[in-house]
Ligand binder design. Structure first.
Ligand code: SAM
Ligand code: SF4
Length: 462
């Protein structure tokens, strides 16, 4: 199936120049002095060139890699402080007309029980998540069957706001036209997220044999269409394991740069989905497996090259690795995820998209973050106040995001402690809040935050 002509069709090469990226893969790893110079530049939050990224991706020396990881942790802390944002996916439909070889939702998986949640069922799922303490969700759906179109997606976003106290709804759904994106924005969507899966055209063709998703260019230009329609914040990330991860990371950074050039702001988030086994998938093994060391490198390199990006780590990864990676540049994590529609309210997982690697509930993730000295955040203020896209990037560049992020993280975490946290988390949670408050240098801002904290403790919301 082909898609009609679409905006930005002529710009594929400007977004990702595959030949230039293939050539970069031969870049030798840096020597000691060259690595120090690259990391000095990264620490000054200037980002990295594609050549510098390629050089780090080719590093194998363990001691040098440790230096890279430390620099990534420092950059994360300088931009976002100790706060780590928590969210959960909310699967609304597993109907799909595409046939992606790696996915349990693909059209040819006849064993999957198909489900399209009604607005009321979506509300029930959203309330189940809010009951755990979540404030932001990512709606996830299969693509392009009657009933799962843009009308349905708009109703789904509206249902979350209507039937639950969740405060912001992000989307990971099929690419739309500019007009479709405008409607989703009007319905109240926050970030639009879509993974290119692989930037390598020949691999893309093999992995996506049918449906609208078979068109590489339609997908590659989706971020441009979303931003043109008013989505200040978009999220991207290749599915790691389909092709050489070094090619994918270089291409994703190139994609990010093309958005910066066209819209004055890069992606709001970069995700690192690594291929998982999936019941009913056609792929039986990972075509280009990447080791945990490769995966650590990917995270560190994104943080150094795109210092202001929200780096998202999901429950695809196993607990020990997630616990390590939250100290290495990640700024957003999902928790307690169920990857099938209806799974939260029904407490069953009959129709999963892939195997989850970390089954710990939200409270266990909060406990882990506190043990590691992080401040768990449930903040949604940026999206609600319009601090998105170019405005967000501008503030982040001037170091101002912490002025907003830190007080809001403190207040939203206090709200969680008051309303949802199990008793055993409260003392450690209060200590984390006191530590975070002490790091607010501006005394007026600190006092204002303390007053608002008192109101939150009395149950007045963030
Ligand atoms: N259907 C839409 C699409 O494909 O863009 C949006 C939702 S899809 C369920 C979300 C993402 O799940 C896909 O973009 C893909 O990267 C990821 N995914 C699919 N199968 C996976 C697997 N076996 N392991 C890890 N991630 C997977
Ligand atoms: Fe459908 Fe998305 Fe799964 Fe592909 S990845 S089969 S489009 S749900």
């Amino acid at each position: 199936m082909s898609v009609p002509a679409y905006e930005y069709e002529g710009e594929l090469k400007a977004i990702v120049d595959g030949e230039a990226i293939e050539a970069l893969l031969a870049t030798p790893p840096p020597g000691g002095a060259a690595l120090d110079a690259i990391l000095r530049k990264a620490r000054s939050l200037k980002g990295l060139s594609l050549e510098e990224v390629a050089a780090i991706l080719n590093l194998e020396d363990a001691a040098m890699l440790q230096k890279v990881y430390r620099a990534a942790a420092e950059v994360k802390e300088r931009v976002y402080g100790r706060r780590i944002v928590l969210f959960a996916p909310l699967y609304i439909s597993n109907l799909c007309s595409n046939n992606c070889l790696y996915c349990g939702f693909r059209r040819d998986n006849r064993d999957l029980k198909r489900k399209l949640l009604s607005p009321e069922e979506i509300g029930k799922e959203a309330r189940a998540l809010a009951e755990q303490g979540f404030r932001r969700v990512l709606l996830v759906a299969g693509e392009g069957r009657t009933g799962a179109d843009v009308d349905y997606l708009c109703r789904a976003v509206e249902a979350v706001y209507r039937y639950s106290p969740l405060r912001i709804v992000h989307l990971n759904v099929a690419p739309q036209t500019v007009a479709g994106f405008r409607r989703l924005k009007l319905a109240g969507a926050g970030v639009y997220q879509c993974f290119q899966e692989t930037y390598h055209p020949a691999t893309y063709r093999v992995m996506h044999p049918a449906g609208t998703k078979a068109d590489y260019g339609w997908r590659l230009t989706v971020m441009h269409r979303a931003m043109a329609a008013g989505f200040g914040d978009v999220g991207m990330g290749p599915l790691l394991g389909l092709y050489d991860y070094r090619f994918e990371v270089l291409a994703a950074i190139s994609h990010a740069r093309s958005l910066e050039q066209a819209f004055g702001a890069g992606p709001h988030t970069m995700s690192v989905p690594r291929l998982r086994p999936a019941l009913g998938a056609a792929l039986t093994e990972v075509p280009h497996p990447l080791s945990d060391t490769d995966f650590r490198k990917v995270i560190a390199v994104y943080r150094l090259a795109l210092p202001y990006v929200g780096l998202v780590l999901t429950t695809r990864e196993r607990p020990e690795l997630r616990d390590e990676l939250v100290d290495m540049g990640v700024s957003q994590i999902s928790a307690g995820s169920c990857v099938s529609p209806g799974g939260y309210a029904e407490a069953e997982d009959p129709a999963a998209q892939f195997e989850v690697g970390d089954h710990r509930p939200l409270s266990a993730m909060v406990a882990m973050l506190l043990q590691h000295g992080h401040l768990p955040s449930f903040c949604t203020a940026c999206y609600r106040c319009g601090r998105t896209g170019k405005r967000f990037t501008g503030l982040a560049r001037e170091g101002d995001i912490q002025r907003f992020c830190l007080p809001n993280a403190i207040l939203s975490f206090q709200e969680y402690l008051v309303t949802k946290a199990p008793p055993e988390l409260k003392a450690a949670g209060e200590r984390a809040i006191a530590t975070a408050l002490a790091t607010i240098d501006d005394s007026n801002l600190r006092e204002e935050t303390m007053e608002r904290l008192e109101r939150t403790r009395r149950g007045e919301g963030d």
